[in-house]
Design a protein around this ligand. Structure first.
Ligand SMILES: Nc1ncnc2c1ncn2[C@@H]1O[C@H](COP(=O)(O)OP(=O)(O)OP(=O)(O)O)[C@@H](O)[C@H]1O
Length: 261
């Protein structure tokens, strides 16, 4: 009983009967069909699945970027689906971080100012100096201090994605959402970006990441597999360590092959 209560308390993000239908198409496109999901605090959850199975839609629906058609989402005990747009934006800004396949940075600002901007908006009362020192510490940690004054066209894709991670973490979110964060990167940049994710996870940040790359997915702790808008299967794979990486990836690949991936 005690164990059950503790497990319950450890859930940070939940969806219940989450459904999403796009009515802009004829016939309407039913993308998510009643998804129940629980993400534990500090967990690294990976979402995989067939193409068009609803992975990105799920990520957008549980992070408040998109409104589900029915069902609900709760973050840290607060029901997101009942919030108005302004409140939802505030929750996204202060409790969530986002990393996308293509980083969206402002071309007229240098790298550090791009990272700083949302941090200042998320915690204006803490002041500019506090935000700058937080951002500088993050940039140092992820090895991009030397590009802080660069324009965003003067850096590599891997550096830019690490800058995205800094930007996503600058507001000290409780959950980091990532949609194909390595989709546009070569293999060495992918490894450097995933090392950054592993680092973030070790710090205790909850991560929910969509990927189609099994090597990237092997960095997670649990993988769910979507098909036609439902969770077809799930697999706990434990914590990533460099010396077990190969075995975890092989194990995950075998599981995915069984699912027809
Ligand atoms: N705004 C929209 N209007 C109508 N249909 C949409 C919209 N966005 C997504 N869809 C459809 O919803 C389905 C799921 O899309 P989604 O992007 O969530 O899938 P996915 O699993 O992330 O796919 P992929 O792996 O190909 O990126 C697809 O059939 C897609 O065409």
């Amino acid at each position: 009983m005690r164990g059950q209560l503790m497990d319950q308390a450890a859930v940070t993000l939940e969806s219940h009967e989450l459904s999403k239908t796009y009515f802009s198409t004829e016939p309407p496109t039913e993308v998510l069909r009643g998804i129940d999901l629980s993400v534990r605090a500090g967990e690294f959850l990976v979402v995989m699945g067939t193409s068009g199975s609803g992975k990105s839609t799920l990520l957008y629906s549980i992070s408040g970027m998109d409104r589900p058609t029915s069902g609900n989402v709760t973050l840290e005990g607060r029901e997101l689906t009942s919030l108005g747009d302004t409140e939802m934006s505030k929750v996204r800004l202060t409790r969530m971080g986002f990393v996308f396949q293509q980083p969206h940075f402002l071309g007229n600002l240098e790298v550090r100012d791009n990272i700083l901007l949302p941090a200042l908006r998320a915690a204006p009362k803490q002041g500019r100096e506090a935000a700058i020192s937080r951002v500088d510490a993050l940039m140092e940690r992820f090895g991009i201090t030397h590009i802080r004054s660069h324009g965003i066209t003067q850096v590599s894709g891997g550096q830019l994605q690490r800058a995205s991670i800094c930007r996503a973490l600058a507001g000290e979110p409780s959950v980091l959402f990532a949609d194909e964060p390595t989709g546009a990167l070569n293999s060495s940049m992918t490894a450097e970006v995933m090392d950054a994710f592993t680092d973030v996870h070790r710090d205790g940040t909850t991560i929910v990441m969509v990927t189609h790359d099994p090597g990237v997915a092997a960095r997670g702790e649990r993988v769910i597999y979507l098909r036609d808008g439902t969770v077809e299967a799930a697999r706990e794979i434990g914590r990533w360590e460099p010396d077990t990486a190969r075995r975890r990836e092989d194990d995950l690949l075998a599981w995915l092959r069984d699912l027809g991936f």
